[in-house]
Design a protein around this ligand. Structure first.
Ligand code: HEM
Ligand code: HEM
Length: 290
């Protein structure tokens, strides 16, 4: 089937099931502790004036934040390392999400709330963007169907494509007793059906455009005026077309979910590299002016 050539199975190599509640919210608790301690120290410590990144507390918070950022970046490498232990990876993702969010507090306290139109604030702004995109990703992982979130997604897609292939064979066979014009219609529907939905079209809209769905409607309509001996085989063909249309809808939704997950990573990851670069520049520049 030619439509199949358009689909490249995506890479979603790890299980995201339950990473938020991992080990009874161990990393949420750790994150809350980090926040409480840093806020307390910030307000209790006497800096002999205004807080900023250059005090001992400022440096400590800056170094902790920067180390945390480097560690968060390592998730990409950890994800791809071919070591066993999905379970462990779940822990990493859980820690990534909760400890990553604490940066909002740690880095903000590091700055002593001194922002301006400068390189330092650019690093800060990029960090906030990375965190916001992270939160969106978590929301996304939490809301797409669970089977989307791990390597079962690939198997599911293969199963769906195999089932579509099987329905195509059934269709070709069931169409044989029909008038040539209906046979042509069925063949055209098989040939013209594109499985992959375009990115800028909703799934219901792509169903409306779908050659299989339209052929099902047309043949159902034709059934009403068909001769008695043609009606039965037409009915069979329409039933298969409708089954295929329903399966196509599920397959399209599945592909859409997977594409969006991948697209999200195209934001989160490049932004985090930009952050890393701005952070390096920030650190170098503060030492330069020291
Ligand atoms: C090793 C890590 C870090 C070091 C050594 C460091 C050092 C400093 C120093 C010395 C200052 C004071 C500059 C001044 O008063 O002119 C400062 C301010 C600042 N830092 Fe950092 N920093 C680090 C990490 C970070 C991180 C992770 C962020 C956020 C992504 C950040 C964002 C800022 C901002 C926004 C300011 C305020 C700049 C201003 O006064 O306009 N820093 N940092
Ligand atoms: C400055 C902070 C952060 C940095 C530098 C960072 C960086 C990264 C990197 C490099 C990856 C690996 C992606 C890949 O290569 O596949 C990743 C994945 C991810 N990040 Fe972040 N991240 C940060 C904060 C956050 C936050 C705060 C959240 C959530 C609230 C978050 C949620 C995620 C999620 C859900 C993944 C996907 C995990 C997966 O697919 O296995 N990140 N992040």
């Amino acid at each position: 089937m030619e439509a199949r050539a358009h689909i490249r199975p995506g890479e979603l190599p790890i299980s995201h099931e339950g990473f938020l509640a991992h080990k009874r919210f161990r990393y949420l608790k750790a994150a809350l502790l980090v926040i409480v301690v840093s806020v307390l120290v910030y307000f209790l410590a006497d800096m002999g004036g205004r807080h900023n990144g250059g005090t001992w507390l400022g440096y400590s918070l800056g170094i902790i934040s920067a180390s945390l950022i480097v560690w968060l970046m390592l998730l990409g490498i950890r994800k791809r390392a071919a070591t066993p232990g999905q379970y462990n990876l779940k822990g990493w993702t859980s820690a990534h999400v909760y400890l990553g969010t604490t940066l909002l507090v740690l880095a903000t306290l590091h700055t002593g709330f001194q922002f301006g139109w400068n390189l330092h604030t650019l690093a800060y702004a990029l960090m906030v963007l990375v965190i916001i995109s992270g939160v969106i990703g978590v929301y996304y992982y939490a809301t797409v169907p669970r089977r989307m979130s791990d390597n079962r997604a690939r198997r599911t897609q293969r199963d769906m494509l195999d089932a579509i292939d099987a329905l195509n064979r059934e269709l070709t066979q069931a169409a044989q007793p029909l008038d040539p014009k209906y046979v042509r219609e069925v063949k055209r529907a098989i040939k013209k059906t594109r499985i992959k939905p375009g990115l800028f079209i909703s799934i219901p809209a792509s169903q409306l455009r779908c050659a299989t769905t339209r052929a099902a409607k047309r043949l159902r309509h034709a059934m009403q005026s068909a001769d008695a001996d043609m009606r039965r085989p037409l009915e069979q063909v329409v039933a298969i077309l409708e089954r295929k249309s329903a399966l196509l809808r599920r397959t399209r939704q599945h592909i859409r979910n997977k594409t969006l997950l991948q697209l999200w990573l195209y934001f989160h990851v490049p932004l985090s590299f930009a952050l890393l670069a701005a952070l390096a520049a920030h650190i170098i520049s503060v030492f330069f002016y020291w």
